[in-house]
Design a protein around this ligand. Structure first.
Ligand SMILES: C[S@@+](CC[C@H](N)C(=O)[O-])C[C@H]1O[C@@H](n2cnc3c(N)ncnc32)[C@H](O)[C@@H]1O
Length: 255
């Protein structure tokens, strides 16, 4: 439970666990929270990743279900989404209803680290903008690999550092290291789709988040610093994503 809390905080770039209770309020205006649903749809269609209408598809750390709902709505596939934040799962269910895909989407509260111990035989796993909650990329790929059947796919949305960059950051690795780990972990890189409009998305989302943080500050002046720090940390992370790393959707096929 405590570990899951820390994972969630890490995945949402929170420096302080006290912020967790305010996250549903701060992120209330966002539906997709990291991964661009259109990019995922595009690569699924392009590579004809899902062959059977009975395919087993898992969206780990699904947030409010933006990617799952896009897959269900556009492609008509069933999908199972799990997230630790109960408030996000509630939202996901509401969005699924709104988009008319409640019959295709199952959303449940759960810990990714428990799910990966029990789920097997998946045709596709989505791991969108979760970061290194398993420790590092090698551990992430080995933990997720055991849930995927041979020939099945993993779609990961994450950032990496260009090989010729001198930037270093414990959350991101060099491109060449990433490719080496992918290969050593029993996956083939099918495509790496670079996200080019990160700046525009960040800008509009940041504006919404900042407005909500200002509201919280007025209502809870005793926690003003907490909200100010959150806004600053979002600004810093956006700077890194826009200037220091490349954001990409990786499509991996299990050998
Ligand atoms: C940046 S958000 C991305 C959400 C979604 N994939 C998207 O792109 O819209 C990261 C999500 O991972 C979830 N998460 C992080 N660690 C988790 C864990 N151990 N178990 C379940 N969910 C987790 C968080 O609650 C959060 O919703």
């Amino acid at each position: 439970m405590e570990n899951a809390k820390k994972d969630v905080a890490k995945s949402l770039d929170l420096n302080n666990l006290d912020l967790l209770e305010y996250i549903p309020y701060l992120l209330q205006d966002l539906f997709d929270m990291g991964t661009n649903p259109n990019s995922v749809l595009e690569v699924i269609k392009k590579h004809d990743i899902i062959k059977s209408p009975h395919a087993k598809i898992l969206d780990l750390g699904c947030g409010k279900g933006a990617v799952s709902i896009a897959i269900a709505k556009e492609l008509g596939f069933k999908i199972y989404g799990v997230d630790w934040m109960a408030a996000f799962i509630e939202e996901a269910k509401k969005y699924a209803f709104k988009f008319g895909v409640s019959n295709l989407c199952r959303f449940e509260v759960g810990d990714i680290k428990d799910i990966v111990k029990t789920e097997i035989g998946c045709d596709l796993i989505i791991f969108g903008a979760i970061g290194q909650i398993f420790g590092d990329y090698k551990q992430t790929l080995s933990s997720l690999s055991r849930c995927i059947k041979n020939g099945g796919y993993l779609i990961i949305d994450d950032g990496y550092i260009d090989d010729n960059s001198d930037y270093s950051d414990e959350n991101y690795m060099k491109h060449c290291t990433l490719l080496k780990i992918i290969n050593e972990s029993g996956f083939i890189l099918v495509e790496e789709k670079i996200e080019n409009n990160v700046q525009d998305t960040n800008k509009s989302y940041f504006k919404l988040i900042k407005k909500r943080a200002e509201e919280l500050k007025k209502r809870n002046p005793e926690n003003a610093l907490l909200f100010e720090d959150y806004v600053k940390s979002q600004e810093t992370e956006n700077y890194v994503l826009e200037n220091k790393v490349k954001c990409a959707v990786f499509i991996l096929k299990k050998k």
